[in-house]
Design a protein around this ligand. Structure first.
Ligand SMILES: [Fe+2]
Length: 415
């Protein structure tokens, strides 16, 4: 058992005897990680001025000096990226906004088209609900003005489909209803409508509501883009280590399956899945000399390596959608007996999702083959983890649930 324990290496680059698995044959050039860190930080600072680094005080002076040295290069990259996208972050007016009007009554539709065109919008039209979802996916309007009663599928179904689709969910939908049609308004709220307008249109009201929602959509898109950048950075970090393969993808699948097994809520399962991608995003701020070092790390280098959890937290902190993932990022190296880091939390002081995530992270590392170790069988991996649990490192009850889950999966062959 001791031999197996000494083979244990988590995805964090640590094993029980203190060596670093990320140091094997990695060809990435020096300071690549620092440039990536700076890119993310600058991007977030533009999206949320003044909040991008509020938790980064713990970074040591050495890391900061390297980060600053790359600032000019990264600002140039961001500027180029913004120019290519054709808009300024948090800006609004540089793109002509496009509005789709869906109404089977020609006169009513033409009125809306004329009013919106006068306001300077590009307007596209549809007279039934059948092809609207496809049209929205292809044309990507900034807003949909949608009549409730239209041929084909009705407006409620169209709205529901748009709000369920990742490609169209951020596009605001305004329902056109009769003035006192309370039932339609309630149904509209249920399917995700963003606002309502009554016929006949009031030009000022139409212009004000459309402008407000298009503006809101642009702001939401900026946040969405920031999330996408984070996931891209996380994938880039994973690709720096040729030994881990599809570790993150496997963590996402395992997190989803175990989360369902534990009857977690939809949001908790989403946070667990996002944790699979983002738990080590803070490694962008770890110098390559430490992250990719061959041989054992010194105590000082371990100190730097352990900062990846605080760096990851500070990167994700400005994004509201990341609030459920941040406890996983910060606490995935805590231990049940308080011997972990960064806060030496004990027992259920450790956020529950971080406890769950740590178990699947370690399990996947154990059952995966690396150049420096063989893959353990599920049974062997569970035995190693049971031994570590007996040492006090993990929640015994949760560990038992995980072992039951893995045994169930393998007996039914469903994972
Ligand atoms: Fe980690």
């Amino acid at each position: 058992m001791n031999e197996k324990l000494s083979d244990y290496i988590s995805s964090t680059g640590e094993n029980v005897n203190g060596s670093n698995p990320l140091n094997r044959d990695n060809p990435i050039a020096d300071n690549h990680g620092l440039r990536m860190h700076n890119l993310v930080s600058n991007y977030l600072e533009i999206s949320k001025p003044g909040t991008g680094r509020k938790n980064s005080k713990s970074l040591n002076a050495d890391v900061n000096s390297h980060v600053n040295s790359c600032k000019q290069l990264d600002e140039s990259l961001i500027s180029i990226a913004q120019q290519a996208k054709g808009y300024i972050v948090n800006g609004f007016d540089l793109d002509l906004a496009k509005v789709l009007v869906v109404d089977d009554h020609a006169a009513s539709r033409m009125t809306a088209v004329a009013l919106l065109a006068m306001e300077g919008y590009e307007v596209i039209e549809a007279d039934n609900g059948s092809g609207v979802v496809e049209m929205v996916i292809q044309q990507q309007p900034d807003l949909v003005l949608l009549d409730v009663m239209i041929p084909g599928i009705d407006g409620f179904q169209v709205c529901q489909l748009l709000k369920q689709d990742e490609r169209t969910r951020l596009i605001p939908v305004i329902f056109i209803t009769a003035l006192n049609d309370k039932r339609s308004r309630i149904r509209g709220i249920e399917v995700g409508a963003d606002d309502f307008l009554s016929k006949p249109f009031d030009r000022v009201e139409l212009a004000a509501r459309v402008k407000s929602l298009v503006q809101q959509k642009r702001l939401n898109e900026d946040l969405d883009h920031a999330e996408q950048v984070l996931f891209s950075i996380a994938r880039a970090i994973e690709s720096r280590d040729p030994n881990t393969g599809d570790h993150c993808e496997r963590l996402v699948a395992l997190g989803k399956a175990f989360g369902k097994y534990l009857n977690l809520s939809r949001n908790e399962i989403r946070d667990l899945m996002w944790g699979g991608y983002l738990h080590d995003v803070g490694k962008v701020g770890i110098p390559d000399a430490v992250l990719l070092k061959k041989g054992n790390l010194t105590p000082q280098e371990w100190e730097i390596m352990r900062q990846h959890v605080a760096i990851g937290e500070s990167i994700c902190q400005p994004l509201r959608s990341m609030q459920g993932v941040i406890p996983i990022i910060r606490h995935h190296h805590e231990r049940w007996d308080g011997s972990g880091y960064p806060d030496q939390l004990e027992g259920n002081q450790i956020p529950y999702l971080a406890q769950i995530f740590q178990i699947i992270d370690i399990y996947d590392a154990l059952i995966s083959e690396r150049p420096y170790k063989k893959a353990l069988t599920p049974k062997e991996a569970l035995a190693v983890m049971a031994a570590e649990t007996a040492k006090g490192w993990r929640n015994p009850q949760l560990m038992k649930q995980f072992a039951d889950f893995i045994n169930t999966c393998h007996s039914s062959d469903s994972l």
